[in-house]
Design a protein around this ligand. Structure first.
Ligand SMILES: [Zn+2]
Length: 315
């Protein structure tokens, strides 16, 4: 956790939901602090071993395992600067992915000025050079098929090296977290997410329930893409694109495809209610001494598919 948390809302969401909801926008120093603490606590954990790898495994490109328990062979890097994109938080070295995902992201980014008139997009975390679990943030992003795209448009003036590490992202949720903040959200956001979902290789897009409310309202008659957009905690600073396992790739463990239907009814109402309760309902006072909760040890290398050991040691 960052030492100082600026808003009560972030504190409540991170504490209750425990998913590092603010991780996307952690600054370089916050990130470094978490990284050091996590490495020291469990130096042999899979996340420590994979996060030390600075280059990809020179093997045929393969997503191995599932999104939250796996690794990546033959990764390629997304260029850190493109005509209409910039990779943020470069110091994390997480701009690596399966070649299909990188090609998809560069194609999407190039189309952005035509899609919604933005100068471009800011790219957040993709995967580590060899995938695998990470020392900070994210349960998934392990097999090179997940990518975060900021909901803050790329500024017309390029983001400089220092800002890339420290520039905050914009929270899109309204203060009650039941809808988007009209001062931050634009129809361009809906146009971008719809375009991101249009590629048949994209299986899911994860957004905060408050954002799904806006997408449901603004999507008009074309609702075929909405079933791919799934509500999830956090994801109020960025949206998360998940590609399906590439066709014929036996090493990649697919996820159940999302249900059909736009997901704008009861399911969404339920998410909004649970999120609101987690953030705003008064906590029941606990009697007695504080309970000691022993943290669960992080994933060991044995928890990953055996091929991930080869990925780790490959040249
Ligand atoms: Zn993500």
């Amino acid at each position: 956790m960052p030492r100082r948390i600026t808003t009560l809302a972030t504190l409540a969401l991170s504490a209750v939901l425990g998913l590092g909801a603010a991780h996307a926008q952690d600054t370089a120093s916050q990130e470094a602090r978490k990284r050091a603490a996590n490495t020291a606590a469990f130096p042999d954990a899979a996340r420590a071993l994979f996060s030390q790898q600075t280059t990809p495994a020179n093997l045929q490109a393969r997503a191995i395992g599932n999104y939250a328990r796996g690794c990546l062979a033959g990764a390629v890097a997304m260029q850190v600067d493109g005509p209409s994109w910039q990779v943020m938080r470069r110091n994390r070295n997480r701009n690596w992915g399966h070649p299909d995902l990188i090609q998809y992201l560069e194609t999407l980014a190039q189309a952005v000025p035509r899609i919604n008139g933005w100068p471009g997009i800011l790219i957040g975390d993709i995967s580590q050079p060899r995938g695998g679990p990470m020392i900070t943030g994210h349960a998934s992003h392990q097999i090179g098929l997940d990518a975060d795209i900021w909901l803050t448009p790329m500024p017309r003036q390029r983001v400089d090296a220092q800002q890339r590490e420290n520039m905050p992202a914009t929270n899109m949720a309204r203060s009650d977290w039941m809808d988007v903040n009209p001062n931050a959200w634009t129809h361009g956001h809906t146009q971008l997410i719809r375009a991101a979902a249009a590629d048949p290789r994209v299986e899911r897009i994860l957004v905060n329930p408050a954002i799904k409310v806006a997408l449901c309202r603004e999507s008009g008659a074309d609702r075929r893409w909405l079933h791919k957009v799934r509500p999830i905690w956090g994801h109020n600073y960025h949206f998360h694109v998940r590609m399906a396992c590439p066709a014929g790739m036996a090493s990649c463990r697919p996820q159940e495809p999302p249900n059909f239907g736009d997901g704008c009814g009861e399911e969404l109402t339920g998410w909004l209610a649970r999120q609101h309760k987690a953030m705003f309902a008064p906590k029941k006072p606990r009697l007695g001494p504080p309970r000691k909760v022993k943290p669960k040890p992080p994933m060991s290398l044995d928890a990953l598919p055996p091929e991930c050991r080869q990925v780790l040691v490959a040249r």
